[in-house]
Design a protein around this ligand. Sequence first.
Ligand SMILES: NC(=O)c1ccc[n+]([C@@H]2O[C@H](COP(=O)([O-])OP(=O)(O)OC[C@H]3O[C@@H](n4cnc5c(N)ncnc54)[C@H](O)[C@@H]3O)[C@@H](O)[C@H]2O)c1
Length: 327
Amino acid sequence: MSILVTGGAGYIGSATVDLLIERGEPVVVLDNFLEGHRDAVNPDADLYEGSIGDAGLITSIVQKHEVNACIHFAAHTNVGISVTDPGKFYANNVGEGLALMNALRSAGVLRVVFSSTCATYGEPIRIPMDEDHPQNPHNPYGWTKFFLERILEDFDRAYQMRFVGLRYFNASGATKLRGEHHRPETHLIPLVLFTALGLRESISVFGSDYGTHDGSCVRDYIHIEDLAEAHWKALGYLRDGGKSDFFNVGTGRGYSVLEVIEAARRISGKPISVKVEGRRAGDASFLVADATKAKEILDWEARHVTLESIIESAWKWHEAHPEGYKK
Ligand SMILES: NC(=O)c1ccc[n+]([C@@H]2O[C@H](COP(=O)([O-])OP(=O)(O)OC[C@H]3O[C@@H](n4cnc5c(N)ncnc54)[C@H](O)[C@@H]3O)[C@@H](O)[C@H]2O)c1
């Protein structure tokens, strides 16, 4: 019996595949490599290059590898591109995501762990945000995740396809082997570390007049090792007959953009020059998870709760791989 991991060549998927294999689970990775990296895929996983929308491929993988659960990471993730090219995002994240769910259901795979996001909440009306916080995404990326959540709820009701939707906050950090390499990179921590490495002149800070303690935006950074563990717990929960549900995956602590830059200066020992710019449309000032539900029901809790431990791991990885993955 195997687990199908879509997007297993990506940042979070590759770290999760390593953990599953370490725990003795047979894993099949499906990735189209539009964004992921061959070098990021654990050599002990069976690997298929293809799309999640290819129903014939999904059916044959499920039959050949006796797949009985799917962890679905595959998606476009660049929020800015979702605004300029929403058609691409809806086609991939919703259209192909739905095709995947239909193919899994037809093939008898009725357990799914889905990568959702705090971006489905939109502008916070209360902090920290729990799972009952109203959902009103403010970009097409967030809406694509919101719609797949609704599809999963309907599939649960109609076809008894059980799911866990994990709403991640800001994925960050690196394991010994896997780190962050998006193309193009838009996430704060790698961009700050590229500046420390001399690959960029400066790091832009968008907005210095938010109502936070130092005026810059605050986010909840969750280490990919903790994220991988959350998927493992979610899988166990579904195997034990747990009902379909959504869980926040965050630390419950917030760090500001300026605190991230300061920690990166301390850890790298390098000066990092900052360019303060105006606010960016759509940026919420303060996004922090209430992750109590995951603790109570999944028995999951973040272990990396300091910026130091997150940035130290990322710095080690980027120093060793300044250009990211080769393949
Ligand atoms: N990185 C974050 O902070 C964050 C936060 C919240 C949610 N998420 C979600 O977590 C998941 C993984 O994010 P990531 O940062 O690892 O992204 P990533 O781009 O590194 O990984 C996504 C992988 O999916 C693959 N893929 C995309 N569309 C595909 C398709 N149609 N068929 C097959 N493969 C396809 C890509 O090639 C890539 O390897 C995504 O669903 C993302 O929306 C990420």
